[in-house]
Write a protein that binds this ligand. Sequence first.
Ligand SMILES: [Zn+2]
Length: 205
Amino acid sequence: MEFSSKLLENAVYEVSQLPGIGKRTALRLVLHLLKQPKEQTTRLAGALVSLKDQIKFCKNCHNISDVALCEICANPKRDETIVCVVEDIRDVMAIENTNQFKGHYHVLGGKISPMEGIGPHDLTVGSLINKVKEGQIKELIFALSSTMEGDTTNFYIYKQLEGLPVKTSTIARGIAVGDELEYADEVTLGRSILNRVPFENSFKT
Ligand SMILES: [Zn+2]
């Protein structure tokens, strides 16, 4: 792509670094922004900078939060003895939408993926194991997407928990293999949490 302006080229380059945005879409978005009043672009840039500067992660569950302890963890009506293990905040939002789960979450921040060079230490697995060792948690529900990386992550955590007095379960697979949680409809996802199965059953054939 040939640009008549270095400023335009830079802006297009930065926007095209976002997932799912190619150079042509980036150009369209940048030209759109250029037509907007300056205040709008300033607000957009400001929102992104504040997000990066001020965002916090809940010290208990690692969910994105504006305060040190997120609303879910701070809510005394939620059951802290049942913890749903998810990949990221999108899964928390999807499960919250079902209104079927009243426990806590633990946000891993990704899945173990040797292909992408993501190991357990890049995730919040250690803090999850520590929480289990502290003895408050009675049940962990694995709710990662049913991909190879999701299964690897579940199994890794399961192995780390060996000998600890915690029940492990996995959401029932009304959700098809390979589906991401955020795409599952609320009824299916809600049901799959209620009909969860002991984790051991999920890999015994
Ligand atoms: Zn939290």
